[in-house]
Ligand binder design. Structure first.
Ligand SMILES: [Zn+2]
Ligand SMILES: [Zn+2]
Length: 183
């Protein structure tokens, strides 16, 4: 599916919940088989709470380590802003079944017709999900970004309010107030 978002974290947590519950049930059956008179409730709750605490602990630790090592990396920060998570996006199936581009760019790739981008293209179009060679630019697949220009003042990409504004009246950069005019 083109443009599919990442699996929601709630869905992934739900899958952990199923795992926790089944661990609880398994331990319950082992206990009954061992001849203990027990009820299933505490085992279910124990399994869920146990998995919950483990996930919380590892998630917190992974985020902390990522922050320490990559907290100043603009690419990492941009990835975080659009929903990337160093823990959830590195989980293997069955918890997270997203493709690599989905984990990386947040979108599933479209069905390519004709040109298929090489495997070493790791960037992604924020609109259609097609793989890109460079982090920014005009999308070869859906033309996304053709109304954008890079501000010479601050380097941010700015969208044209009306078609042709860059060439005619120029556009004031919302980040640094420089005027962007293409000739
Ligand atoms: Zn695109
Ligand atoms: Zn600017």
């Amino acid at each position: 599916m083109s443009g599919n978002r990442r699996t929601p974290k709630s869905t992934i947590l739900g899958r952990f919940g199923i795992l926790g519950a089944s661990i609880g049930v398994t331990i319950f059956y082992i206990a009954t088989a061992a001849g203990l008179a027990v009820t299933i409730g505490p085992f279910l709750i124990g399994g869920l709470v146990g998995i919950g605490l483990l996930v919380l602990f590892v998630w917190g630790g992974t985020n902390l380590i990522a922050l320490l090592f990559m907290g100043n990396d603009p690419e990492y920060r941009a990835w975080r802003r659009e929903g990337g998570d160093p823990y959830f996006d590195n989980l293997p199936p069955p918890f997270n079944t997203d493709s690599n581009t989905q984990r990386d760019g947040g979108l599933a790739e479209p069905e390519y017709e004709g040109f298929v981008p090489p495997d070493d293209w790791v960037h992604q179009c924020p609109k259609c999900g097609a793989r890109w060679e460079h982090a920014v630019g005009v999308c070869w697949n859906c033309n996304y970004g053709s109304d954008m220009a890079q501000c010479a003042g601050c380097g941010e990409f700015v969208k044209e309010p009306n078609p042709g504004d860059f060439e005619t009246c120029g556009v004031i950069c919302p980040h640094c107030s420089c005027v962007i005019r293409l000739t």
